[in-house]
Design a protein around this ligand. Structure first.
Ligand code: GLA
Length: 674
């Protein structure tokens, strides 16, 4: 992936999924007129159009799409052209019923929804390859088409397939990975419960079983499923690349995805893109949004990325679909932009009258253009136009948070010490602390080169390979500050407990191992004493075996009463901090002050409701400021607010809910090597 792989548009991209096949032809003309009014310059087209494009097997009808692309092009709107592989037509499943997905309990998924094709089906693979080739042949040089949007959100609604063809592919995949059954038996620890295999044909998939399934098998199954999805993606990409040169993307779901290891996917796409929706039950959903945006930028390895979908207001697929408040859509968009997005797009352009998503918000809502939502859409388009010079600028971070999808898959399996200790919850708590302190972070894989970061935080590194342990240890030895949360460094890549005590791969970096886990009963709490302060903790205590670390915090009560809870260790030129319990983001504050001091990081002094992120351009910094609170807030800064054109001579005053983007002189902050 290269920066110049970004679609050829003069400014930031603005628009959304456009599904005009749901509307009579005359509505298209109104659509392009309104798109122009809103400043839309890019739309994603054709994602669900297979049934129209190939109404019968081998019969392709492109006339309507030709006409649509001409109309958009004539009106200066570029196209992100979808391949419709997420939703094969009825005739396909009628003709090839074995191409449907089989669930772990044997249920075969029926037609009438979307995303129910088996990645293992040879007919499905042939059909998507042919469709991609047909589209690329026809539109590979079309002036409207600036990029390709392959498939839609790989891995949802279903990723795993337990049908006979998928199981046959699974066996082939395992044979390639392990070569011998001895190696497979060793990796899966099949001596336990007498699961040894002596014939490849006997190897099963982790479908429904009487009790917990072999966790190492389950972990490999997750890797296999992810790899199968990528194989399907590659098939389409190759078919497109044979006829077309526009960049190719597929829309990820960063922190919301489960089945896709985005570190691997990020290497496959020309440009990284993401879909993000607020989770209504989360009253601080804008923090989850920021996390997702930082993770997406990190998957893009710092390159500009595209927000391909978010919502103008409510979604329709949660239990209670809360509408966005006036100004909230703009705040959301500015957070994505601030964290590196050069495209702000929505699902979808015009609200659907029929179908499963008729109550989902859109850029043009059912109320039509005379509506609050459309007025805000027009305002956002004007803002993005005013921010064109930001395009291509980069976010710099001094802190990395470790994120590994393999560790997520492994940690959240059944039968672990406590169901209450969860990967995503810990990730959010630590991220939230950093967010509240206004410390911008990248995410990184535990085996990445981390030497440019002052601080590395590991909120949930249950699976940690020997190589990752060595990487983190030499990071600390070289002068880095490492903060590790409990239940980290426990198993290797086969979900086998590391020898030498829990956390052994980090023994040198942290100056400890863990002798025994002491999880708490549901709802129970305890106290930790740290520097004369009493912190409230829950879920997890443990018996730490010190080998050099200095005790900073102690369990005051609960199952670990009197034992160390929080430690700091000097290894080489750096420090390894360890938190052996679950602390909320607020309680973590007391730990972070020491960690920041070691890392030489100064948390922000401004109001907690203010989100402040900097993008570095060639000659200026652009400071994106979002006020998530209701009250007015102030920020000390000198520069020009690009949204209002006004000069700021020291104090930016931002009303509750408002946003600003300040062009300012380049600061030294961010991205400097330690
Ligand atoms: C996903 C899909 C879209 C649409 C939205 C609704 O992101 O990609 O097609 O279903 O959800 O929120």
């Amino acid at each position: 992936m290269t920066a110049d792989a970004f679609p050829a548009l003069s400014g930031l991209a603005y628009g959304g999924d456009y599904n005009p096949e749901q509307w009579p032809r005359e509505v298209w003309d109104e659509d392009v007129r309104l798109m122009q009014e809103a400043g839309v310059n890019l739309v994603s087209v054709g994602i669900f159009s297979w049934a129209l494009l190939e109404p019968k097997e081998g019969l392709f009808e492109f006339g309507w799409l030709d006409e649509l692309l001409e109309l958009l092009h004539a009106n200066g709107i570029a196209v992100d052209l979808g391949t419709p592989s997420v939703s094969p037509p009825a005739w396909f499943f009628h003709q090839y019923p074995e191409s449907r997905v089989t669930l772990s309990d044997g249920t075969v998924m029926g037609f009438g929804s979307r995303g129910m094709a088996s990645h293992a089906s040879t007919e499905y693979r042939a059909a998507i390859e042919r469709m991609a080739a047909e589209l690329a042949q026809r539109y590979g040089t079309h002036p409207a088409v600036v990029m390709w949007h392959v498939h839609n959100e790989y891995g949802v609604p279903v990723a795993e397939d337990f049908g006979p063809r998928a199981v046959a592919s699974w066996r082939r995949w395992l044979q390639q990975r392990y070569e011998t059954l001895e190696a497979l038996n060793a990796a899966w620890g099949t001596a336990f419960w007498g699961q040894c295999y002596d014939d490849w044909e006997h190897v099963v998939a982790p479908a429904a079983t009487p009790t917990t399934v072999n966790p190492a098998m389950k972990l490999d199954w997750a890797r296999f499923t992810d790899e199968q999805l990528r194989e399907c993606f590659r098939l389409e990409c190759e078919a497109i690349r044979a006829h077309a040169t526009q960049p190719i993307t597929t829309n990820f779901m960063a922190h919301q995805s489960w089945n896709t290891d985005l570190w691997k996917w990020g290497r496959e796409v020309d440009v990284v893109s993401d879909d993000h929706y607020l989770w209504c039950a989360d009253e601080e959903a804008h923090i989850a949004l920021a996390l997702s945006a930082d993770l997406t930028r990190s998957v893009a390895r710092g390159n500009p990325w595209m927000l391909l979908e978010h919502s103008t207001s409510a979604v329709n697929w949660q239990g209670r679909n809360v509408a966005k408040r006036p100004g909230e859509m703009r705040r959301n968009a500015m957070t994505h932009l601030g964290r590196g997005a050069d495209a702000i797009m929505f699902f979808q352009w015009r609200a659907s009258r029929s179908g499963a998503e008729k109550f989902h918000s859109a850029m043009v809502p059912h109320a039509g253009p005379q509506s609050r939502v459309f007025r805000e859409v027009v305002q956002l388009g004007a803002h993005l136009k005013a921010l064109e010079e930001i395009k291509g600028s980069r976010v710099m971070a001094d802190v990395a948070v470790l994120y590994d999808w393999e560790s997520l898959w492994a940690q959240d399996l059944e039968w672990r010490p406590s169901d209450d200790l969860q990967f995503r919850e810990r990730m959010r708590a630590y991220y939230e602390r950093l967010w509240c302190d206004d410390v911008t972070v990248d995410f990184a894989h535990p085996e990445d080169d981390l030497s440019r970061y002052r601080l590395v935080v590991a909120p949930a590194s249950y699976l940690l390979t020997k190589a990752a342990g060595e990487n983190l240890t030499s990071y600390v030895a070289g002068g880095g500050t490492l903060l590790v949360s409990c239940f980290s460094g426990i198993v290797d890549e086969h979900d086998r407990v590391h020898e030498g005590g829990f956390g052994a791969p980090l023994r040198d970096a942290l100056g400890l191992t863990v002798e025994e886990f002491l999880p708490l009963r549901e709802g129970a709490t305890m106290s930790v004493e740290l520097d004369g302060e009493r912190l409230s903790a829950d879920v997890w205590a443990e018996h730490i075996a010190l080998c050099g670390a200095q005790v900073r915090g102690t369990f005051a009560d609960g199952p670990g009463a009197g034992l160390p809870a929080i430690t700091r260790h000097t290894h080489g030129d750096g420090q390894g901090w360890y938190v052996g319990t679950r602390l909320s983001s607020a309680e973590l504050s007391a730990v972070m002050s020491g960690v920041y001091a070691d890392a030489g990081i100064a948390p922000a002094a401004h109001h907690e409701a203010l989100e402040v992120v900097t993008r570095r351009g060639d000659s200026h910094d652009f400071v994106i400021v979002v006020n998530h609170g209701d009250a007015d807030a102030e920020l000390t800064i000198i520069g020009t607010d690009l949204l209002t054109g006004s000069r700021i001579d020291g104090t930016l005053e931002l009303a509750g809910g408002d946003v600003a983007v300040v062009r300012t002189a380049q600061s030294r902050q961010g991205g400097d090597h330690r």
